[in-house]
Design a protein around this ligand. Structure first.
Ligand code: AMP
Length: 190
C-alpha cells in the first residue's frame, strides 16, 4: 500500500494536490476538514460540536478526529492506499494513526510537506474564501489563528515523521502543475 501524509499549513494546496494525486495513484483521499464540513452540513451532533472550534480556527479534539479517521480506514478495505490530508495535526493523532495502520500491516510510506511562505498562504486563503464561501477563509484574524495553531501544535508532527526517516519537504510555491510535478517525482522515487 502507498500511504501518504500530505502535510502543510492551511492554504498550502493540500486539497488541490490530493485531488490530482488520488487520480494518478488510485488512492483514497481522507481529509478530516472535508469530513468535518460534511458532518456540519448534515447538522450531526459531531458536526455541531466541531463547529465551535472550526469557526475560531482552533483544533477539534484528538479523540473526535481519530475516531472519524479510524471509521474511514475500516470502511475502505480494498484501498490501494490512502492520502491523509489535514491529518495528523498533533503528535497524539500521528501516534494513533500509526497504531491503526499497524493493525493493517501497512504503515505510512512517507510524509510530503508542502512549504509555502506565510504571505502567500494568506493571499490564497482569502481568495479561496471568496469562491468557496468557507467562513474560516474569509476572516483574516481566523486565518492568522489557524497559521498560529499550525506553527505551535502541528509542526511537531514533522519531527515525528523525521524521526522515522519519512519526512520530505516539497516546495509549494509556483503553479499547481509545477508543485504536482515535484510531488510525483518524490513519490516515484520512494
Ligand atoms: P482544514 O480543511 O484541514 O483546513 O480544516 C478546517 C478546520 O477543521 C480546522 O481549522 C480545524 O478546526 C478542523 N480540523 C480539520 N482537521 C483536523 C484535525 N486533524 N485535528 C483537529 N482539527 C481538525
Amino acid at each position: 500500500m502507498l500511504n501518504l501524509v500530505l502535510f502543510g499549513p492551511p492554504g498550502a494546496g493540500k486539497g488541490t494536490q490530493a485531488a490530482k494525486l488520488l487520480e494518478k495513484y488510485q488512492l483514497v483521499h481522507l481529509s478530516t476538514g472535508d469530513i468535518l464540513r460534511s458532518e456540519l452540513a448534515a447538522q450531526t451532533e459531531l458536526g455541531l460540536e466541531a463547529k465551535k472550534f472550526m469557526e475560531k480556527g482552533e483544533l477539534v479534539s484528538d479523540a473526535v478526529v481519530i475516531g472519524m479517521i479510524e471509521g474511514k480506514i475500516d470502511s475502505n478495505t480494498g484501498a490501494k492506499g490512502f492520502i491523509f490530508d489535514g491529518f495528523p495535526r498533533t503528535t497524539a493523532q500521528a501516534k494513533a494513526l500509526d497504531k491503526m495502520l499497524e493493525k493493517k500491516n501497512s504503515p505510512i510510506t512517507c510524509m510530503l510537506a508542502l512549504e509555502v511562505e506565510k504571505e502567500e498562504l494568506i493571499k490564497r486563503l482569502l481568495l479561496r474564501g471568496k469562491d468557496s464561501g468557507r467562513a474560516d477563509d474569509q476572516d483574516q484574524s481566523i486565518i492568522e489563528n489557524r497559521i498560529k495553531v499550525y506553527n505551535s501544535e502541528t509542526t511537531p508532527v514533522k519531527d515525528y515523521y523525521e524521526a522515522q526517516d519519512k519526512y520530505q519537504g516539497i516546495r509549494g510555491m509556483g503553479s499547481i502543475e509545477d508543485i504536482f510535478g515535484r510531488l510525483c517525482e518524490a513519490i516515484d522515487n520512494l
